[in-house]
Design a protein around this ligand. Structure first.
Ligand SMILES: Nc1nc2c(c(=O)[nH]1)N[C@H]1C(S)=C(S)[C@@H](COP(=O)(O)OP(=O)(O)OC[C@H]3O[C@@H](n4cnc5c(N)ncnc54)[C@H](O)[C@@H]3O)O[C@H]1N2
Ligand code: MOO
Length: 391
């Protein structure tokens, strides 16, 4: 059995970045990692822009200016202002080269053909300089940057339509168990609705991984082994759910052994998710996640997430913060524990139901409190370590 830190280290060590470049339309590249620097094809902004609705001025000593025209957003002609002249201007409109400041309209009084400003603005006030964000030919975003919505917007503002990113890993999910029935069908005695595959798929999608296939097998040794053999062949990552514990019908461990999968670790000193298996077969990474739904999802966020990030060129584990507990919690046993919790404004509330079978409390959680093994209780106002979930 390994510790949580040893498990994370081993997962990161064995998850190699997939150095394959793919080109994607920018609009579908959200959450991808840039494979190379993006060079700005234009200046941004491409021209001096007015930041306000008001008047562009060719400054002089006096506070009265003669009004000679108007420039609105999108206009491509430039009025020529002499000293002491002004033109009406609107936010986003090009500031004429002959103007050296913009004054907001609230600070201006109109007097016939003239305007009077409260006081003269300083040079370039309310003017967004050309190339303020980036110069044409400079690096707009560096290799390794994750394409957040803001990054997509920024590149789009530069006119970029296609982008080179790391290929994302393809992931196969294999749900095992005789008790599992697909939602939508009638539930008979002894059965439960299969939820891990849908949950894991949703977790993958929300982290930006969309090459997903779902497979289901009964608690049958040959079927389990052959299914795992097949999915290894075509995928970068295999997530197996259930069947990894010690019961007579838990066939996953035996199948992985017979398939010659290199075990990196089996069992982590943690609750939930102790029977987690992590291994490798040539270029395919395998996680056998415990079947208990909250254990499977906790292992996903703690280990699978880190592995997938590393494979796409990022180096992320969950963000860790400290927070003040608003709850009392008593731990049973000496395993370090991940507690479903709600984090807000530096405070964290530990949920009432912590069973590894329980998703009801996980469904409204946005964080996990990491409780060290030697700690027996968390008291109200104690400082605790909190892992923020990417939800
Ligand atoms: N004698 C021991 N028994 C168990 C131990 C142990 O150390 N000694 N460990 C327990 C712990 S901790 C866990 S976690 C589970 C892990 O068991 P498996 O990975 O073999 O999972 P299953 O037995 O197949 O299922 C466990 C639980 O989860 C439900 N399940 C499974 N798959 C799904 C799914 N796709 N959707 C929804 N729910 C699912 C399943 O019905 C069981 O209730 O072992 C303990 N036992
Ligand atoms: O390790 Mo288990 O996940 O506590 O139910």
């Amino acid at each position: 059995m390994v510790s949580i830190d040893e498990a994370i280290k081993a997962v990161l060590e064995h998850s190699n970045t997939i150095s394959l470049e793919i080109n994607l339309p920018l609009e579908s590249a959200g959450n991808s990692i840039l494979f190379k620097d993006v060079i700005a094809p234009i200046h941004m902004p491409p021209f001096r822009q007015s930041a306000m609705d008001g008047y562009a001025l060719n400054l002089h000593e006096d506070t009265t200016y003669s009004l000679i025209g108007e420039v609105k957003a999108g206009d491509s002609q430039q009025p020529l202002l002499s000293r002491g002249e002004a033109t009406r201007i609107f936010t986003g409109a090009p500031v004429p080269d002959s103007a050296n400041a913009v004054v907001v309209q609230e600070k201006v009084v109109l007097k016939g053909e003239n305007i009077v400003v409260e006081r003269n603005p300083v040079k370039e006030q309310n003017v967004r300089p050309i190339a303020e964000q980036v110069k044409k030919g400079e690096v707009a975003l560096k290799k390794g940057t994750r394409l957040t919505p803001a990054a997509i917007g920024y590149l789009s503002s530069l006119g970029v339509t296609e982008i080179s990113v790391y290929k994302k890993p393809s992931v196969a999910i294999v749900a095992t168990g005789n008790e599992l029935i697909e939602a939508g069908k009638a539930l008979t005695y002894g059965k439960i609705y299969e939820s891990n595959s849908v949950m894991l798929k949703s977790a993958l999608l929300s982290c930006g991984f969309d090459a997903i296939s779902i497979h289901k097998v009964k608690d049958n040794y040959n079927e389990t082994r052959e299914k795992i053999r097949n999915v290894i062949a075509g995928n970068d990552v295999v997530l197996i759910s259930g069947g990894i514990s010690v019961g007579d019908y838990d066939f996953v461990g035996k199948a992985l052994k017979e398939l010659g999968i290199d075990q990196v670790f089996y069992k982590v000193n943690q609750k939930p998710g102790k029977p987690l298996f992590f291994g490798k077969n040539e270029d395919t990474i395998l996680f056998a996640l415990p079947g208990n739904p909250a254990a499977a999802l906790t292992c996903f966020y703690m280990y699978v997430y880190a592995s997938l990030q590393k494979m796409t060129g990022a180096d992320n584990t969950l963000t860790k913060v400290t927070a003040t507990s608003t709850s009392y919690f008593q731990k049973k046993g000496d395993r370090p524990q991940f507690l479903k919790a709600i984090f807000k404004d530096g405070k964290v509330t530990i949920s009432e139901g912590q069973s590894s079978a329980m998703l009801q409390t996980f469904a409204v959680a946005n964080a996990l409190v990491q409780m060290p093994g030697e700690l027996e209780e968390i008291k109200i106002n104690d400082t605790v370590e909190v892992l923020l979930l990417p939800v």
